[in-house]
Write a protein that binds this ligand. Sequence first.
Ligand SMILES: NC(=O)c1ccc[n+]([C@@H]2O[C@H](COP(=O)([O-])OP(=O)(O)OC[C@H]3O[C@@H](n4cnc5c(N)ncnc54)[C@H](O)[C@@H]3O)[C@@H](O)[C@H]2O)c1
Length: 376
Amino acid sequence: MSEVMGVGIIGCGNISSAYLRLSKMFKGIEMRACADLNMDTARAQAETYGVRAHTVDEILAADDIDIIVNLTIPAAHFEVSRRVLEAGKHVFSEKPFVLSVEEGHALLDLAASKGLRVGSAPDTFLGGAHQQARALVDSGELGEITGGMASVMGRGMEMWHPNPDFFFKPGGGPVLDIGPYYITNLVQLIGPVKRVACFATTPRTKREITSEPRKGEFVTVETPTSMRAILEFNSGATVTLNTSWDVHSHGMSPIELYGEKGSIYIPDPNFFGGEVRATEGSEDRDLGAFDHPFGVPNEEHNQGKMANYRTAGLADMAAAIGEGRPHRCGQDLCLHVMEVLLALHEAGEIGEVVSLSTTCERPAAMTAADAKALMA
Ligand SMILES: NC(=O)c1ccc[n+]([C@@H]2O[C@H](COP(=O)([O-])OP(=O)(O)OC[C@H]3O[C@@H](n4cnc5c(N)ncnc54)[C@H](O)[C@@H]3O)[C@@H](O)[C@H]2O)c1
C-alpha cells in the first residue's frame, strides 16, 4: 500500500466542502474523486476542489480509492457504507453512523470479514480543547469524576440549512444529530455508558423554514425535538443531558464534569477549540497554556477565528491502517455511541430505563505530538 491513501466522497452536499477543503491539512490522505446521486452536485464539487466526478458505481470501482467518506443523509448511511465495504474499501461515515444497532453490527461484521476499517465522525473530540480536558481528567487532579451535565439547546436547523427536512424525520432530532458530539466526548473522557433514562417531547409538529431557498415552506416534524435525559456510566458517574431545538435562550455550559477534587467546564464539543476552565475544590484554577495543533484557530467564523480540523479522524484512520493500530474514531466507539443515542430515543418513547448491550474502550488520547505527526 502506498504511503498516501486515495479518498473518495459519496454525498456532495453541505458538509462535503469542509472535507474537501480541510483534508489538505493532513498527510497520508488525498481526495481524488466525489460522487452523488445528483451528478450536477458531484460535478460542481469536483470542479471546485480539483477532483474527479463519478457516479456511485464508478467511485466504488475506482482502483485508486482506498477509503470512501460517506457524507450522504442519515437514512442512506447504512446502505452506502455497506456497498463501500462490499467493494473492498474502508469507510469513514458522517454521523449518525447508522440508524440501528443491528445495522451497526452488520457493518462491523462485514468489515471484519474483509479486513477493512469502519470509522465515523465526530472527530471534534480530538480537538485541542477536548484533549486538554482529557489530559486533566487522566491526570487525576480532579479526582474521580462522579457526575456532570451536558447541554445543547437552540431553535433548530430550519433557520440555516438549505434543505432541513432530514433533521425532523426519524434519524434526525437533536439527540441523533448533535448528540454524537456530546456522547462521544463524554465517552472519551469518562468511558462507556451503562444505562439511560429520558423524557422526549415534540413541542411543535410543524416548523416553518426560514432559510433560503425554501423560506416559507413547512416541515412536518416526525421525531422528538426536546429530550432530557440521565446517563449512568460504567464508572458510576451520572450525567444529565439536555438537548432541544425548542429553546430561544439559556445559561448552561456545553459540558461540566464534577470530580471528587474539583470541576471542569468544557467548551462546545461540536468544535475543536475553545476555553477549558477548571477548579480545585471550589476555587478557580489557572490552567496555563495548552499547546495542541488541533486547538489553534485557523478559520474565520461569525463568532471570530476558530479551530477547525475536521477530517483529523479520517487522517488518523488512514495512519492507523498503515501502522496497524486502532483508529480513534473507531468502530466500537461509534457503535456504542450510536446505541446510546438510540437508547435515549427508546427510553423517551417507552418511559423506562434502557440498558446498553455494547461497550467500548476509551479511544487513545491524541497528544500534541500525535496530532503534529498527522499534519502535512
Ligand atoms: N451540514 C453540516 O454542517 C453537517 C455537519 C456535521 C455533520 N453533518 C452530517 O453529514 C451528513 C450530510 O449532511 P449534509 O448537510 O451535507 O446533507 P445534504 O443534504 O446537504 O447532502 C447530502 C448529499 O448526499 C446525497 N445523497 C443522498 N443519498 C445518497 C445516496 N444513496 N447515494 C449518493 N448520494 C446520496 C444527496 O444527493 C446530497 O447531495 C449528515 O449525516 C449530517 O448529519 C452535516
